[in-house]
Design a protein around this ligand. Sequence first.
Ligand code: SF4
Length: 744
Amino acid sequence: MKEEGAKKAVGEGMELLAPAGGIAAALAAFDAGADAVYCGLKSFNARERTENFTPEEMSKIVAYAHKLGKKVYVTFNTLIKDSELDAAAAALAELDLIRPDAIIVQDLGVVRIARDFFPGLAIHASTQMGLHNSAGLAMAEAMGVKRVILERQCTLDELELMAKTSSVELEVFAHGALCCCLSGCCILSSWLGGWSGNRGKCKQPCRRRLYSEKGNGFYLSTKDLCALEAIPRLAAIGVKSLKIEGRLRKSDYVASAVTAYRAALDSEPGDFEKALPSIRNTLAKTFGRKWSLGFLSKESASDLIQHNSMGVAGLLCGKVTEVKRNGFEMEVARRIHVGDSVRIQPPSGDEGPSITVTKISSGGQPAMKGLQGSLCFIHCDKEVAPGSFVFKIAESVGDLQGRIDALKPQRASVDLEIKAGLDGVFVKIPGREEILEWKHETQFQSAGKRPLSPEALEEEFRASASEALCAGAVSAKVEGSPFIPSSVLKSIRREFWLWVEAKLPPDSARKDSEARLAKFIELHASMKGPGTESPRPTAIVPKSKKTPEGFATARELEEGPKAGEEAILPYFVAEGELSKLEKAIQKAKSEGVKVFRATSVFHFKLLKGIEGVEIKTCLPLPCCNAFAAAELASFGASQIQAWVELERAALEALIEKSPLPVELYRYGRPPLLSTRAALSVEGLVADARGAKFFVERKGELSIVLSEKPMSIPELPGASSLFDYRFAGFDEKGASSFNFDFALS
Ligand code: SF4
């Protein structure tokens, strides 16, 4: 506890949020001082390549965290096909029992399901939702989202402007690897083989060496983010939570990163600058890439990519000199030890395998370590390219297994609405078929100086006396300033929990949750699309091209669409530019444009209330399932465009179930990656595997386009969109993208 009169710490009130790829990392994070961790189940999360949690492990870590007064947020942040909705809802039902402090969501369909069927789960909007201005925050609030994890490509100035307009909690990335692309719209990895970043499968092709006419380099590979210096400003802005990236990283990374940021947040304003060098030393143990302020300042965004450096994560330990069937020989540049984790980086810049070193031989003899200057053999069964570099990404750490084995699962949770007044304490248990009510009627005296606070009331009732049940979502109200001595409040709380135990058998929470899931499944099964008479196809055309015969015309708003044409709205509009966009929409409307294409959620806020306007969605605003379509319908959309990454079966399922008519993106060059970072290359580039791309500048963004356009066939029941912005009419050799195989 802070002594009275102690100065306010720099980051007082700000949550330090750490990544937990597995249960050991979660324990390490809490040990080092994290206030909360975020972690995922084995599926439906954007880091499927890490260990992740079984429901039982999740239950244990939530129980452990709550005992310490800390929090756990569960990542549920992938796009979900319609055929997967029932399984996703079953996973939500499981989480409803475990009751983490929130779920982190990308898919609008999941937002709708969680909000309508599992209201005990608080919702945080994932950075994958790409919310980056106040109109986006307003939409999040309207959806029932409690917190927004902001797009990483916002500047501090923009954050400050946004925070002034919104009461939704803001979470900001402070440390770790950065995606080059705006969140949620990268389809580069998917384009190169179906490994969708929006489904937790990204293979990080942006880290590869690329070849251009002018030379070669790592043109899309960003430095890491380190926002230590920005902490005082982020605190002043009112950012609620500071997030460390790295669910693919091990416990020692988590421990070092959390220790460093804890020290920064806890330092007093006068000591902050002085403390930074030692904090940076601690952080250096995380073996990251070169640090920068990321996109938080315009200057750092312009220097975020040093294309002539591979910019890999880790500490260089040596080079592979020979590859054999059972491992590889390396020349050791820095000591390597059994238990260390290493990443083996092919010279091409492609993603290499990561291993934990379990066996080393030196001079033909078993060894615990390889020493600097020696040759040693690392036993492994992964494919390793000759000439690869070996980077240490984690050192051997103490064994946490004993503590993990001793963890106990979470008790079944019960939501409470508590009211205390001068006439007693009253509790409602909502969320069941029949609302349960309990009361302790008595006359309390009016408090003089220290009336009971809602926080104290909540804290008391959270201390459940039951072995089987605990408090879930709690709302506490105090009316009339009653004075309730703490011993009296304790005994009222005990009395209440005894009553709950008698009233609710331990499996009642599971039964409730199953009943909610059954309701969802029934509704989903009954959903049926409206069908479509296949209206005229639409063509997006730039000024320089003529609309083909028989097509409706759509143009980008900045190209000045005319009466009768559709207007495509820009998908990234920084906070300072919003009012300009609003004016441009009004102008287009006054000139007779009636159909607007929303390419991001924030557009619905800008279009709301404008009379006589029709809203259709368009790439890169994703819609993969019928519940996402229903959510978009509730925003005012009259037609949705199926997400461009979906394969045939997923498109057909969406057409069958979507409550809104569905359009397919049938032809064009969809931007594979869009970024605010300054890129030092333009025009044609290729990687070592022969994949070719175009890099183009488009307003404030640089975009990466594929060499070939995509083209997919018509499907019954859906209309068609042809995008000629970056593609000619009927170019030869088009790719069918993911259409012909199941997107994993
Ligand atoms: S920018 Fe795209 S390809 Fe690179 S890591 Fe991010 S999602 Fe993957």
